[in-house]
Each structure stands twice: as C-alpha cells, then as structure tokens.
Ligand binder design. Structure first.
Ligand code: UDP
Length: 236
C-alpha cells in the first residue's frame, strides 16, 4: 500500500514474527521500520528518509492513522502493528528460543533497568543494553559493544526518525534491527503504557499527549497528515 509516497506492508503481527523467524533461520539480515503518520508525513519532504523507508525489509503500519489512511485511499491494511506490541511478542518468542536481545535507547539507566526487569520475566533471553544519549565521539564504542554482543535482535529506541537513520546506516551489527520508539521506557517500568481503554479505542496517541503535553508540537503534524491524505483521496 502506498501512503503519501511511502510503501506500507500489509502485514499483521503474526506475519512480522514469521518474517523474523525466517530471517534468523536463514541467516538473513533484516531491518524493520514501524511507520507512524509523523514519519510518513516527513518522508514526503525528506528524500533520505524516504529512501530509508523504501529500502527497509518490512514497513509496519504503526498506528490507527496509517490504517485509516489506507482505507481512505481505497486499500485495506490488516491491522496496526506498533513497536511495543511487536516487542512483547519478540520477548515471548525470545524466551522460548533463547535469543540475544540488545536494547539501545532511552535515558541513561533506563535501558539497563529494562534489561533487568525483562530478564526476570523472560529468563531464556540474554540481554544487553546501552542508553540513547551518546555523542558522536562515543558512537564507535556503542557500535563495538553491540557488535561484540552479537544480537539476534536489536531494539532501537532513539525516537523517530533518528532510530530509522541509525538502523539504516549501521548494517552488520545485528541479525534483525527494529525501530521501537518509546518501548524501552515502558519495558523499564518507568513509564506506563496507555491503559487498555485507550489502546482498544485507538487513543494511545492521545494518552501520550495527556501525559506529555510537550508532544503537541510533534503531533501538530497530524492534522496536516489528515488533510494530505484527504487531498490525495479527492484531488489526485
Ligand atoms: N531517545 C533517545 N535518544 C535521543 C532522543 C530520544 O534514546 O537522542 C529516546 C527517548 O528517551 C525515548 C525514545 O527515544 O525513550 C522515544 O522517544 P519518543 O517518545 O520521542 O519517540 P516515539 O515513540 O514517539 O517515536
């Protein structure tokens, strides 16, 4: 499905897990992007970002805004697949299959805490982590740490689009690289995920806005995104 120039794959959570399993079994290296409306909107005006999305092995519809746009543009997307839902499934499978998972991102101390918390719940997984506020000078050290750990899965939570750029530029450090946004904060227990009501009514974005009103400047892109989708629907 093409949404404002970005390719979105019509896949659900299960398809994505199968894709990951296959890649690990066959020894293929893959990069997965969770594309939300903000990223799709930005990609229209940013050729590097568009190339990053286009060249990803899988682009997931992250959020109801993407599923809605698909419907407006005459297509259907199976379901929304968020970074956090995908991560929870990866943790369950990782526990069973003894995967090595590296968490990169969030403020200092948070990724370490997430690794400790999650290794209690999923003792089969081997975790390592690093925070996401490293400088350019520190980057080679971070890359070396990841390389030495040799992860099956690298969960990159540096915020969009930095995490997408980072995963795109750093090939060869993990078998599967996925941008997961604020997931590491939730895994650490420091930040609570939106209550079920908000999740079930597609209002997770609104809950995050209530908790962090400063997100309003980023979310102000959303009305522009809606207008652009409707413009494409009626005038293109
Ligand atoms: N983050 C980071 N390094 C940065 C900027 C952000 O590690 O330079 C982390 C931030 O602490 C948070 C995560 O990226 O854990 C996601 O941030 P945000 O909520 O802005 O992203 P979203 O989930 O909306 O993509």
């Amino acid at each position: 499905m093409n949404i404002l120039g970005t390719r979105i794959d019509n896949v659900g959570l299960d398809d994505c897990l199968i894709f990951i399993f296959e890649a690990l079994a066959k020894g293929h290296e893959i990069r997965i992007v969770t594309a939300n409306p903000e990223l799709i909107y930005r990609a229209q005006k940013d050729n590097e970002l568009l190339e990053i999305l286009d060249s990803a092995d899988m682009v997931l519809p992250d959020g109801i805004g993407v599923v809605w746009a698909a419907r407006q543009l005459g297509g259907v997307l199976k379901e929304r697949v968020t970074g956090i839902d995908l991560t929870y499934e990866i943790l369950k499978e990782g526990d069973r299959c003894r995967w090595r998972i590296f968490m990169l991102g969030a403020k200092p101390g948070i990724a370490e805490k997430a690794a400790i918390e999650q290794s209690q719940k999923y003792p089969g997984i081997i975790f390592d982590s690093h925070h996401g506020y490293f400088t350019q000078e520190e980057e080679p050290f971070v890359l070396e740490k990841i390389r030495r750990f040799n992860p099956d899965i690298l969960l990159t939570g540096l915020g969009a689009p930095r995490q997408e750029v980072w995963n795109y530029r750093n090939k060869g450090i993990a078998k599967v690289r996925i941008g997961v946004g604020g997931t590491i904060d939730v895994l650490s227990g420091q930040v609570r995920r939106a209550p079920r009501f908000f999740q079930e009514n597609n209002l997770e974005w609104f809950y995050r806005l209530l908790k962090e009103p400063s997100r309003i400047s980023r979310q102000s892109i959303l009305p522009l995104y809606v207008l652009k989708v409707l413009q494409t629907k009626y005038f293109n």
